[in-house]
Design a protein around this ligand. Structure first.
Ligand SMILES: Cc1cc2nc3c(=O)[nH]c(=O)nc-3n(C[C@H](O)[C@H](O)[C@H](O)COP(=O)(O)OP(=O)(O)OC[C@H]3O[C@@H](n4cnc5c(N)ncnc54)[C@H](O)[C@@H]3O)c2cc1C
Length: 382
């Protein structure tokens, strides 16, 4: 590559500083690569979100966090222990799927915005050059990528899309995103409620006619309460209106008992966030790779989004290194692996939703008809 005067030159530019982008950066930096890590929100203290959805971190993530060298930063007491999942799914009784025998101990209910910042700052401390710009246009110029970050020209041998489920960068370089559903989350934080003296340190799922409800205790003492449903059903039942959303919550058995009925429905501010399953094809190509949700975005019922973000970040970084060392099949193998992981997840998702057959409503019948295969598989958040 022949850089212009004043251009920033690096081995890899990573768009997106969520868990996937930071895990990719940390792995690449350990391998000796030079990295620019850019995120318009996380890198900019003035624009960082106060809270972010996606708080349940399963214990299976500990080995990855250890490998990334961030376990001490994550286990600093900010996040609270997460002992397992309770679910009312396929019946009214609660099923307990706890982490009692997990060799890694409990997971964590995260202050998610803090968690993402921690990983991002760890990557910057390890040598990533931070930028607070959104990656927009990218151009392949001979053997490298050229892009603008604000007024700065950046040239890099490799480009990583860690921008989340929109996969905006991968789409710009020719990949296609396929969505498998139109799942959406309607969530809020509620003040401490319920009858229990101490908050239960578990996540709780309860299925309902038009989707499923979820609650988890957050480290700040509030509870997350969330309805997962489909976009068209939100419109049809006006579920985005706090009053209707609240009525649905009050009609649940277990979630309602957990969060209590004391909150003022008029004060409820709903955050509405897309949560569709989707995959990017291919998930990598010559000189680029997609990681995390930008590669494979999964239903929160699986409770594995953060884990997959970290794992794909590590694996993609290894593929980039192998490619740089002359293994021209490495990025293709990574893309195939992502496809295989996504196919396995789709199968597990179908098995999970088929375990709930009490409602003949569109939310459920859509999900029952997805895959022809049936086998034993994980339940909610398994
Ligand atoms: C409602 C909901 C609940 C969930 N609950 C859980 C849970 O309990 N446990 C779990 O493990 N997972 C959960 N997930 C999934 C999990 O949050 C995601 O899988 C995870 O955030 C993916 O990480 P990521 O780094 O790939 O993407 P993200 O976390 O989405 O980060 C992407 C980053 O890219 C930045 N960005 C976007 N566009 C650009 C651009 N053009 N240039 C530069 N930067 C850009 C954004 O600012 C953002 O910081 C949940 C998801 C949803 C929607």
């Amino acid at each position: 590559m022949t850089p212009g005067t004043g251009d920033t030159v690096c081995d890899v530019v990573i768009a997106g500083g969520g868990p996937a982008g930071s895990a990719t950066a940390l792995t690449l930096l350990r391998q000796g690569a030079s990295v620019v890590l850019t995120d318009p929100l996380i890198a900019d203290p003035g624009r960082r979100p106060e809270w972010k959805l996606g708080e349940s971190l399963a214990p299976r993530a500990w080995p990855l966090l250890e490998r990334l060298g961030v376990i001490g930063r994550v286990a600093d007491g900010t996040h609270t222990p997460y002992f397992g999942n309770l679910s009312s799914w396929g019946g009214t009784a609660l099923t307990d799927d706890n982490f009692l025998y997990d060799p890694h101990g409990p997971g964590r209910h995260l202050d998610r915005a803090h968690f993402d910042r921690t990983l991002f700052e760890a990557a910057c401390a390890a040598g990533a050059v931070r930028r607070a710009h959104r990656v927009r246009a990218v151009r392949r110029v001979r053997d490298h990528w050229k892009l603008m970050l604000g007024g700065e020209t950046v040239r890099a041998h490799y480009l990583v899309d860690a921008t989340g489920a929109g996969a905006g960068v991968a789409r710009r370089v020719g990949a296609a995103v396929r969505r498998d559903d139109r799942l959406i989350a309607l969530a809020t934080r509620l003040p401490p409620g319920g009858t229990a003296q101490q908050p239960s340190r578990t996540s709780l799922v309860e299925s309902a006619a038009h989707g499923w409800w979820y609650t988890a205790p957050l480290p700040d003492g509030t509870s997350l309460a969330m309805l997962m449903t489909d976009v068209d059903l939100v419109a049809e039942h006006a579920l985005h209106r706090p009053r209707n959303w609240w009525a649905g919550l009050m009609a649940t058995t277990h979630v309602c008992a957990r969060v209590g009925s004391g909150a003022d429905p008029a004060a409820v501010r709903l955050r509405i966030v897309p949560a569709a399953t989707g995959r990017t094809r291919p998930a990598a190509g010559p000189g680029w790779a997609a990681v995390g949700d930008a590669a494979t975005a999964t239903d929160p019922i699986a409770g594995r989004g953060i884990l997959t973000a970290l794992a794909t970040g590590v694996t993609a970084a290894q593929a980039v290194r192998a490619d740089a060392s002359g293994d021209r099949e490495a990025l293709g193998r990574y893309a195939e692996r992502v496809q295989a992981i996504h196919a396995e997840y789709l199968h597990a998702r179908t098995v999970c939703y088929r375990a709930e057959d009490r409602w003949n409503t569109r939310f459920w019948t859509r999900r029952h008809s997805h895959s022809p295969e049936l086998a034993d598989g994980p339940g909610p958040r398994g």
